[in-house]
Design a protein around this ligand. Structure first.
Ligand SMILES: *[C@@H]1O[C@H](CO)[C@@H](O)[C@H](O)[C@H]1NC(C)=O
Ligand SMILES: *[C@@H]1O[C@H](CO)[C@@H](O)[C@H](O)[C@H]1NC(C)=O
Ligand SMILES: *[C@@H]1O[C@H](CO)[C@@H](O)[C@H](O)[C@H]1NC(C)=O
Ligand SMILES: *[C@@H]1O[C@H](CO)[C@@H](O)[C@H](O)[C@H]1NC(C)=O
Ligand SMILES: *[C@@H]1O[C@H](CO)[C@@H](O)[C@H](O)[C@H]1NC(C)=O
Length: 238
């Protein structure tokens, strides 16, 4: 009895294999690939031609697409906006002075980043430096300060003008920031200010949308809470 079952199993195995070989003969292109998996079941072998077709498909997809020729060079998004208006040349100087480890120029020119940039005008930067007894050259020489100041002007997502509601506040990209560094909205009528750290800046009425970024001009350089204690006091004494 046991012997008979074993013999039947062998017969079945042989007949499946034979059937598989017949199917493979009908599909010569797929034979080398399918050979390894054939002996188990015939239906798999029957599916082999289809598998071979889908395996070939990615090669078709990989042929170059005509898109890059048609689109203009990347515009640089928020970074181009800064570079394109001489009213922001001092903030551009600050961006240029960022340490090589800083990634802000990439973020500001990334068309997919979707950030908010509070962009101080030259007059605003001037007023801030005067108020705190700093000079731009001194600020630019301190790389960690430059890094912090830039981060403090960027929010990680694009906000709309409607988000400037009394009581709202925004976290910036400043690392190690605490609540006192959040930019809190202070609104009276149509005058909108953001306050946080050492400074309170008035936000220009008309923001701009560039790529996925929101850009709002401001009339101060935003300084984080811990940014200038020491530089401020050393400068005051001179
Ligand atoms: C440049 O920026 C200033 C300050 O925000 C703004 O008043 C002026 O309209 C801008 N100029 C252009 C050409 O966009
Ligand atoms: C730098 O910025 C680019 C553009 O936003 C981003 O893709 C990349 O991951 C960033 N790299 C680091 C180290 O943060
Ligand atoms: C900045 O202020 C200095 C004097 O404090 C002035 O000479 C200079 O013209 C100002 N620059 C701008 C862009 O307002
Ligand atoms: C540079 O700036 C940092 C704050 O970002 C401050 O702690 C440090 O004292 C400054 N260094 C100098 C030499 O002023
Ligand atoms: C500035 O914003 C106001 C209020 O949203 C709007 O009425 C006006 O058209 C905007 N001006 C420009 C030049 O976009």
């Amino acid at each position: 009895m046991k012997f008979a079952i074993a013999a039947l199993a062998v017969l079945l195995a042989v007949s499946y294999t034979a059937e598989a070989r017949v199917l493979l003969a009908d599909a010569p292109a797929a034979a080398p690939m399918a050979a390894a998996s054939v002996p188990t079941t015939a239906p798999m072998a029957a599916a082999a031609p289809a598998a071979a077709e889908s395996a070939a498909a990615p090669e078709v997809m990989a042929t170059p697409m005509p898109v890059p020729q048609a689109t203009p060079a990347p515009q640089g998004c928020a970074l181009s906006f800064v570079q394109g208006n001489s009213s922001y040349s001092k903030f551009q100087e600050i961006l240029n002075a960022a340490p090589s480890s800083s990634n802000y120029s990439n973020i500001l020119s990334d068309s997919m980043a979707g950030i908010t940039l509070f962009l101080p005008t030259n007059d605003g930067i001037n007023a801030t430096l005067t108020k705190f007894g700093l000079d731009l050259k001194g600020l630019l020489e301190n790389q960690s300060l430059v890094d912090e100041v830039i981060a403090y002007h960027i929010l990680p997502s694009p906000i709309e003008y409607a988000a400037f509601k009394e009581g709202y506040s925004f976290n910036t990209l400043l690392k190690g920031a605490d609540l006192r560094d959040s930019l809190r909205v202070k609104r009276s009528g149509n005058v909108i200010k953001v306050a946080g750290g050492k400074t309170t800046a008035t936000v220009g009425m008309n923001g701009s949308k560039v790529c996925m970024d929101s850009i709002f001009p401001i009339n101060m350089l935003l300084l984080p809470r811990n940014s200038i204690e020491s530089s401020s006091s050393t400068n005051v004494s001179t």
